[in-house]
Design a binder for this molecule. Structure first.
Ligand SMILES: Cc1cc2nc3c(=O)[nH]c(=O)nc-3n(C[C@H](O)[C@H](O)[C@H](O)COP(=O)(O)OP(=O)(O)OC[C@H]3O[C@@H](n4cnc5c(N)ncnc54)[C@H](O)[C@@H]3O)c2cc1C
Length: 497
């Protein structure tokens, strides 16, 4: 498929509408617009109707259909379309454009600023697109954009395959992958987005329409590059994802607990000098809670003895409790999930990457803030990067830039009771201030941020998320979404010509 540049589009416009296909012949409510040439940007499409499972404010299940995982953010959309097939997405996008209605894209509902929902607009929800096709010979998996991470890990685990995902099963595979996707397998298999080799995506077309593109390393390769780390709600609505999957038959999973924070300096110091530099099969994360320190580690294709040996400098500190599980990754992953209902209602995080080990002073900051945490569900989370597969970009490259980080980290706070909007309201400003002051105190020791854990109010978030890739992302945005149809608080603006 020829990749039409914006210049080509303008040229096509200049020779007149007769030079290109007439959209009414191939688009609209009844047929999917094929992956054809781009329409001149002033082309009008036939009126579209909404299709799929449609929820409106008067529907009995509206509140549940609208609410995201982070109940700090409540929105009142005009309509929510739960797409049942790609054509529903084409229709919804066309309808939104023709009615000049704000739109948001949604899959697993875990956006941490509530940006996958919008007041008085349309939410195009792909969470019911659940197809899974695994080609065991080619080691590829094409999955619907509605899978949760748990569903994806389980489906692949049944065939002894894996891709990188984050650790929380109910998070959408789409949202996690399109923003990067880091987890226990990052050092072994790269970022989730590095495993992505193709996608089906519905993009804006012409003045008020939509079309479907099939994206892979040879077709719309610039868009694939952008979807690998900057694809969340910026370019179009991804309806399926194709991954290169890796064989993974067994893992050793360790959970290590130190009561209190007295061992924090030693544990953190040992972890940051071991975890980023050890065998790339070993992924690990530290969680510092107000009353305990937790280390979680996954060794791919390894034994308990091997895992203990690799972690020995950390395990030798104090007298931690260690639990171990050996098994299929899908089973292990399912076992460490906790039900969402047990989570606090409201959450706030601040993301940051670190390139040099934390000095003693930074670890003291972590201890000081955790001792004064606003709620028992506050924590300081880290994930090891360092010498792992994530250093290497996939074939065709990726927009995700933080390849040389030593580790990722985030202070986070959770509070309030689920299902009781505005519960424990008094904690909200305290938690928000705590996060802001905590992340500010760590600023001298961090560099860069993670778009999947957006930092609202951050100056120069564009370069914090994407570094020097940002100008290229703006050009790709201008090519695939010149009218800036896909926009939200921190979306990528199109480059100006
Ligand atoms: C409890 C929790 C744990 C987490 N743990 C991790 C972790 O271990 N590792 C990690 O990397 N991240 C982690 N995250 C962050 C997570 O990756 C992001 O919140 C992710 O964007 C959520 O995706 P979603 O589909 O669930 O959310 P949604 O709210 O549905 O979407 C998130 C964003 O992606 C866009 N989007 C969703 N689907 C599509 C689509 N099909 N096409 C185009 N755009 C789309 C939305 O518009 C929105 O901007 C965690 C988040 C939470 C809340």
């Amino acid at each position: 498929m020829r990749d039409l540049s914006r210049r080509d589009l303008l040229r096509a416009t200049a020779v007149g509408a007769g030079a290109v296909a007439i959209p009414s012949m191939i688009a609209g409510s009844s047929a999917i617009a094929a992956d054809g040439p781009g329409w001149p940007s002033d082309t009008k499409f036939p009126p579209a109707q909404l299709t799929g499972r449609i929820v409106r404010p008067q529907s009995p299940n509206y509140a549940e259909a609208s609410l995201g995982w982070d109940e700090l953010f409540v929105h009142y959309p005009l309509v929510i379309v739960f797409a049942q097939e790609t054509q529903d997405v084409v229709n919804a996008l066309t309808w939104a454009r023709q009615h000049d209605v704000a739109l948001r894209v949604r899959s697993g509902r875990h956006n941490l600023e509530g940006w996958s929902n919008v007041d008085n607009g349309i939410v195009i929800d792909v969470s019911e697109l659940k197809d899974v096709h695994i080609d065991t010979a080619a080691r590829t998996a094409k999955v619907g954009a509605g899978l949760t991470q748990s569903e994806a890990v389980t489906a692949l685990g049944e065939h002894d395959f894996a891709v990188t995902t984050g650790t929380e099963g109910t998070v959408g595979l789409s949202g996690a992958t399109l923003g990067g996707g880091l987890g226990f397998l990052t050092r072994y298999l790269g970022m989730a987005c590095d495993n992505l080799i193709g996608a089906e995506i519905v993009v804006a077309a012409g003045a008020d329409g939509a079309k479907v593109l099939q994206v892979d390393p040879w077709n719309h390769s610039d868009l694939l590059w952008a979807l690998r780390g900057a694809g969340n709600g910026n370019f179009g609505i991804v309806t399926s994802l194709t991954y290169q999957v890796a064989p993974l038959t067994s893992v050793a999973y360790l959970q290590v607990t130190w009561p209190g924070l007295d061992n924090l300096h030693e544990v953190f110091e040992a972890w940051q000098h071991v975890a980023p530099f050890t065998d790339p099969r070993l992924g690990s994360q530290i969680e510092v809670h107000p009353t305990e320190i937790l280390l979680f580690a996954v060794l791919a294709e390894g034994s308990e003895a091997e895992a203990r040996k690799l972690l020995a400098p950390i395990l030798s500190i104090g007298t931690p409790t260690v639990t171990v599980q050996i098994g299929n990754w899908g089973d292990v992953y399912a076992d460490f999930q906790t039900p969402n209902e047990e989570d606090p209602a409201n959450w706030k995080f601040f993301s940051q990457f670190t390139r040099e080990p934390f000095p003693e002073k930074a670890i003291s900051i972590v201890r000081e803030f955790m001792e004064n945490a606003p709620s028992p569900d506050s924590n300081f989370f880290t994930q090891a990067f360092g010498r792992g597969a994530q250093r290497q970009e996939p074939f065709g490259g990726a927009a995700f830039p933080h390849r040389d980080a030593l580790f990722y980290s985030e202070p986070g706070a959770g509070w309030g009771t689920r299902g009781e909007p505005n519960s424990d309201d008094a904690i909200t400003p305290i938690a928000q201030t705590w996060i802001a002051e905590f992340s500010q105190a760590l600023r001298p020791y961090v560099d860069g941020a993670y778009v999947n854990v957006p930092n609202i109010g951050m100056a120069e978030w564009e370069t914090a998320y994407w570094g020097r890739n940002f100008p290229r992302l703006r050009k790709i945005k201008a090519k695939y979404d010149p009218h800036n149809v896909f926009q939200y608080e921190q979306s990528i603006p199109p480059a100006t010509l």
